[in-house]
Design a protein around this ligand. Sequence first.
Ligand code: GDP
Ligand code: MG
Length: 221
Amino acid sequence: MEGKKTTMAKRRRLQIGSAGISLKLILLGDGGVGKTTLVKSWMDQTLRSDYLMTVGVDISVKEFILEDGNRVKLTVSDIAGQERFAQFRSIFFGGANLAFLVFDVTRRESLDNLETEWLPQLLPTLSDPKFSLGLIANKVDLSAQRQIQRSEVQLAYKRLKKRFPMIRWIGYLETSALTKHNVQLAFHKISTEYFSSSKEDLGDMSAPRIKADRIGPKPNP
Ligand code: GDP
Ligand code: MG
């Protein structure tokens, strides 16, 4: 009996040691905004990848090491074509630590729906007090068809943050899942920031972080 206990304890230690910290990230947003393409772009650039197909949900797992040496196992759940079924969504949201709210900059409606549908449905399902999310403005390569300009992305982010202050907002980022622009950065930043104790959000996630004490006095006009 004693021996069995020791083995189990050892095994548990090993699991924690080899898998690192496990986080579940979900991708929210209307069908066609580029969620699946974002995950595939992100997965392509790794040797240790795994792609599982389940009923209605695609699960991708990737492990990486953060700057502080912590190993993170990120499990990404992609709703895979079931976007329109509200009942299905709440099952899919369960146990999430992180989320990307994804919209398509060429379709204004996809941004509006984050505010009116996706976020209100997500909120009651949350269990992690550290739950954090980022706003992703995808398809920025389609500059000629763009309906939501860069400046408006920032405004939309601020508006969402104000309307849903009970969630921790990490920042916003413009991406192109097709050209892979900012894709690795998005997944990396959101995982890193999850562990940050800073209450302030990053705002534009592609901008370098400026420490407040490094900013000098404003020059006189
Ligand atoms: P989902 O329904 O949100 O998973 O969207 P998909 O990833 O299936 O993408 C829908 C369509 O948009 C596909 O034809 C993709 O090739 C295309 N797409 C996705 N991301 C981008 C992007 O960043 N730029 C462009 N131009 N097309 C994209
Ligand atoms: Mg999809």
